[in-house]
Write a protein that binds this ligand. Sequence first.
Ligand SMILES: Nc1ncnc2c1ncn2[C@@H]1O[C@H](COP(=O)(O)OP(=O)(O)O)[C@@H](O)[C@H]1O
Ligand SMILES: O=P(O)(O)OC[C@H]1O[C@](O)(COP(=O)(O)O)[C@@H](O)[C@@H]1O
Length: 315
Amino acid sequence: MTMQLAKLKVVTVTLNPALDLTGHLHTLTKGAVNQVQHCVLAPAGKGVNVAKVLAELGAEVTATGFLGIENEAAFCQLFERIKVTDRFIRVQGATRINVKLVEASSQVSDINFPGVSVTAAAIAEFETMLFNLSLDHDVFVIAGSLPIGVTPEQCAHWIAQLQQAGKKVFFDSSNAALTAGIAVQPWLIKPNDEELLHWAKGGPLADQSLAEIAEQLSSTGIANVVVSLGAEGVMWLNKEGWLQAQPPTMDVVSTVGAGDTLVAGMCWGHLNNWDKKQTLSFATALSALAVTQVGVGVKDLNEVITLSERITICE
Ligand SMILES: Nc1ncnc2c1ncn2[C@@H]1O[C@H](COP(=O)(O)OP(=O)(O)O)[C@@H](O)[C@H]1O
Ligand SMILES: O=P(O)(O)OC[C@H]1O[C@](O)(COP(=O)(O)O)[C@@H](O)[C@@H]1O
């Protein structure tokens, strides 16, 4: 597998970043006092995680969104260390801390908090930033939930505007933001199985299989429907048809960030103009390795390439 050396530019948008506080404990007991054995606090959130992985792969990444001024230091240090251009709009307050409790069985409980409040003035500042970035970037990854003050319709409007300007938008969100985003047909969506079934619930596709729901979305104009299935791998539908990937059994440390790593891998394949099989095997391997660590990041590219050769791909 050849790696392209040219600088490949991408913008990641994290409207609601988070510091992830990951605690390891033997067993989590609801309603009881639980002792955490060891913990890590690290800057994260979906778009930030994608930015980190892409930057470590070699992309030229600009990150934007909203960041609370009270606890921005860890984010600033990360962006400086991984050479990501920081174009976050600063807002009053502290960026949320999301708690991830990992049990000895590898089961993870995610406690995701709402996030900062964003004012109309900050939103206007962000829109100007997004427009300026669109002047010299073609690929945008918009990922994660929305902070208080940003509506699903606003987020969908940004996707639509970028796409009308000829940009490729990778979109990974959930709940109302996912529903609004799907309606404007991003170039790529990456729900997990649960998010996709939740989206379909209550509507005309409620009784359909994942494949049927994805086929319906594809027929509405979403060029790439990528459904992640945890340990079962990935299914990807585009104009070339279906492709499925199955990773080998991994030693799971934490599954947090696996989805973001998959998005980053799909984006890296696109930036490098790889064919479908190469992109999917690389992205699947990258995300499978992500579960063997806490947080995201590419520890050893050779390991990713070796594992990508062990990914089972079928049509
Ligand atoms: N236990 C696992 N073993 C191997 N690969 C995994 C495992 N969990 C996740 N992955 C990889 O990470 C991808 C994203 O994980 P998934 O849990 O589906 O996403 P999300 O984090 O968005 O819920 C999967 O499609 C798969 O390639
Ligand atoms: O923006 P959301 O949907 O609240 O999710 C934020 C959380 O998702 C993560 O980005 C991890 O996402 P994935 O496990 O789906 O890759 C965490 O870092 C963060 O705490």
